[in-house]
Design a protein around this ligand. Structure first.
Ligand code: ADP
Ligand code: MG
Length: 170
């Protein structure tokens, strides 16, 4: 179990509970005002996976496709992670499923794409450091496509309610 302390604006935890149900963050097992306890994921940080040349390209493509959708979901809820780099993504060993962790700098924010670009520039740095620029280009295309597909698909009723909550707290 891992304790995550949130910004004081997140005292009701409604957004975090939604992200947990969507499997964007590790499952929340306990929560109190401004604090959540999440499942400990057995896996590795994305930065390590990217700099390990043994990681299968198909696995990386699946991870980046999923991440594009996940980051779009966060944006659509009018949230900003605020520190979205490849060290704050844990990929589960048994499933290759990515989870976004470390929400201490998260804020409510209107649709911004800032998180989306932060994660991408970090991944580019990791892959350039081990001479995998060509692979980066492919992953960028996959990630941007799934991000834009999710944005274009629009927001559910539940997400619209989260935006209302966020709007009151800007
Ligand atoms: N839910 C989790 N499952 C597995 N490991 C985690 C989890 N949360 C944090 N960690 C591990 O702890 C490290 C530090 O946690 P993090 O929330 O990123 O704090 P910070 O970067 O502020 O020190 C992470 O890089 C990761 O290795
Ligand atoms: Mg961190």
């Amino acid at each position: 179990m891992v304790l995550e302390i949130l910004d004081s604006k997140f005292e009701d935890n409604t957004h975090m509970q939604y992200l947990s149900r969507q499997h964007i963050i590790p499952e929340i097992v306990h929560s109190t005002s401004g604090k959540v306890v999440m499942r400990h994921i057995k896996g590795r940080r994305l930065c390590k996976i990217l700099s390990d040349k043994k990681t299968d390209e198909t696995v990386l493509k699946k991870i980046f496709s999923e991440l594009g959708t996940m980051v779009a979901e966060v944006d659509k809820c009018h949230m900003r992670h605020g520190d979205l780099h490849t060290g704050n993504v844990i990929v589960e060993h048994s499933t290759n499923k990515p989870y976004i962790i470390d929400w201490e700098f998260a804020t409510y924010s209107e649709f911004s794409q800032v998180d989306a670009m932060d994660l991408l520039s970090n991944a580019e740095y990791d892959l350039n450091s081990c001479a995998r620029q060509e692979l980066y280009k492919e992953l960028e295309t996959i990630y941007k496509k799934s991000y834009m597909d999710s944005i274009r698909a629009g927001a559910s009723e539940e997400v619209l309610k989260l935006r209302e909550i966020a709007g009151k707290k800007f």
